[in-house]
Structure formats: structure tokens, C-alpha cells
Design a protein around this ligand. Structure first.
Ligand code: AMP
Length: 288
């Protein structure tokens, strides 16, 4: 049994505003960690960064339907609220916002954020409408929480860039922090979707990290050709039976645009389906 006090869980937007207002009136800097729940150590690293830097920490748990495509896993996405609350209690979180869909998207909801630029590449092409859903819900959550600082994971590298771009383009008054990807001991990036993997698929999924390691090693060995490094990534991914590669690329770290020559700081990004489970990962490449 956890001995910690459960955080206050709020489902209503009006009550959230009141609670945050009280924290702000007490002079606290408000940190915010948006999540879809099914929390793991990756999420908890953001929560800890938030706690360390902000006087008050708000975590949202909301599986946002508008960022899932019609054939994606919205219905079966893991929902583990009780376990999530135990984890957050252990970190001393002040407020958890866990709204129902009706509280986020009212019956007349008709306004969407349409992110261009970096949102149009890679994930934007594989998952049409995904970033429109992400940007809209994140802007709405920012409007509800009004945080001073918001925390995102490098695990979703492109998402973090889309949020940065939205905040800059729409003059949203919030600081964005991006925290490093937390991995399992063998390198697999932690993800709520890892629970979909069978033991065999879990083993095969290690090719994502191996592929990123191989890209890193190639750069360190002096390779500068993007095509050659991407070729190495594909070769490693091809060693996993039935891995379906959606993309495995090395691109510019800010724009995610293609590059001819790889310099330190370029980012390798990949999306691969293992036994039907879609996994993404990335690594910023540095020549050792
Ligand atoms: P999600 O619940 O998947 O929407 O993720 C919520 C936040 O946690 C996002 O900013 C993610 O990038 C971040 N996150 C997810 N997995 C990890 C991880 N393994 N390491 C660091 N951050 C993560």
C-alpha cells in the first residue's frame, strides 16, 4: 500500500482554474506535464523535472481522441488511472487533471489548430491529422492550466518541435522544456504502447535502438553521407523478422528537413511496426 497522500484529482475545467488560481495567488510558479496516462518512468522523469523547477505541478491524464486516426488504437489505449495516481502521489504532485471528453470537446467545438511546417513531415505524413489533434489539445490544456512552464519528452521529438513552433507562432506565453528519453536497461525507449508487445515482439523491438546506435557509430567513424547512414539504419532494422519500416531518416534537428551531409547535432528518427505495434524513437547524433 502506498503511504503517500493521493493528489487532488480534478475532472472539471472550472474547478481546475480555481485550484490553479489559488496556487498562483500563493506565489507559486506553475509547471505542467501533459500525458495520456499509463504512466512509466519516462513520464515520471518529466514529473520530477517539473517538481524540481516549479513550486506547483499539474499533471494531466487525458487520452485525446482527436489525435488518433480512425484505424488507430484509441479504444484499446491503456487506461490505468489508479496506478497512475499512486505513482504521482509518490512524487508529491499537487494537482491531477483528468477530464472526460465532454469537458474538453464541448458539443459545439469547431476550432482546430492546423500546424504547418515541421508538422507536415514524417509523423505528419504517416498519421494525417495527428498533429492537428495534438496541437489543439495542447493549446486547450495550456488555456485551462495557464502554466508558466510545460514539460515534454524527447521520445516524441517531432511532437516537441511542433509544440515549440505552435507556441512561437501563436505567441503562447509558456516556456517549453524537453527532457531526455528514458530507456529500459536494454535500450528500448519506454512507451505506454510497449505493453502491446508480446515477449518475442519486445525482443525484436530492440532493433530500433540498435539502428539508432548504428547511425551514431557510423557518424563517429567518420561517415557524413546521409544516404549511407540511413542505409545502415535500414540494414539493422531489416534484421528483425517482419519489422515494417515507416521511416528511418537523419534530418535537420530544428526543421526536420532532409539534409545531404550529416553533422553532429542532426537527429535520426524512426517509426517501425513490430507485430502491428507502431513504435517511434530518435537520437541526436554526435560524433564521439
Ligand atoms: P504520452 O502519455 O505518450 O502522450 O506522453 C506524455 C509525455 O511524456 C510526452 O511529452 C512524451 O514525449 C513523454 N514521454 C513518453 N515516453 C517518454 C520516455 N521514454 N522518455 C521521456 N519522455 C517520455
Amino acid at each position: 500500500m502506498p503511504s503517500h497522500v493521493r493528489p487532488t484529482v480534478i475532472h472539471d475545467v472550472g474547478m481546475l482554474r480555481e485550484a490553479v488560481k489559488a496556487l498562483r495567488a500563493a506565489g507559486k510558479r506553475i509547471g505542467f506535464v501533459p500525458t495520456m496516462g499509463a504512466l512509466h518512468e519516462g513520464h515520471m522523469s518529466l514529473v520530477r523535472a517539473c517538481r524540481a523547477e516549479c513550486g506547483a505541478s499539474v499533471v494531466s491524464i487525458y487520452v485525446n481522441p482527436s489525435q488518433f486516426g480512425p484505424s488507430e488504437d484509441f479504444a484499446r489505449y491503456p487506461r490505468t488511472l489508479e496506478a497512475d495516481l499512486d505513482l504521482l502521489a509518490a512524487e508529491g504532485i499537487d494537482l491531477v487533471f483528468a477530464p472526460e471528453n465532454e469537458a474538453v470537446y464541448g458539443p459545439g467545438h469547431a476550432t482546430w489548430v492546423d500546424p504547418g511546417g515541421v508538422a507536415e513531415l514524417l509523423e505528419g505524413q504517416c498519421r494525417p491529422g495527428h498533429f492537428r489533434g495534438v496541437a489543439t489539445v495542447v493549446l486547450k490544456l495550456f488555456g485551462m492550466v495557464r502554466p508558466d512552464v510545460a514539460y515534454f519528452g524527447q521520445k516524441d521529438y517531432q511532437q516537441a518541435q511542433v509544440i515549440r513552433q505552435m507556441v512561437a507562432d501563436l505567441d503562447v506565453s509558456v516556456e517549453i522544456r524537453v527532457c531526455p528519453t528514458v530507456r529500459e536497461a536494454d535500450g528500448l525507449a519506454m512507451s505506454s504502447r510497449n505493453r502491446y508487445l508480446s515477449p518475442e515482439a519486445r525482443q525484436r523491438a530492440l532493433v530500433l535502438w540498435r539502428s539508432l546506435e548504428a547511425a551514431h557509430a557510423a557518424l563517429s567513424a567518420g561517415e557524413r553521407s546521409t544516404a549511407a547512414i540511413e542505409g545502415t539504419m535500414h540494414e539493422v532494422l531489416a534484421t528483425a523478422p517482419e519489422a515494417e519500416i515507416e521511416y528511418a531518416v537523419v534530418v535537420h534537428p530544428d526543421t526536420l528537413a532532409p539534409i545531404d551531409r550529416v553533422e553532429s547535432g542532426a537527429v535520426a528518427l524512426l517509426a517501425v511496426r513490430i507485430e502491428g505495434t507502431r513504435l517511434i524513437d530518435n537520437r541526436i547524433l554526435q560524433a564521439d
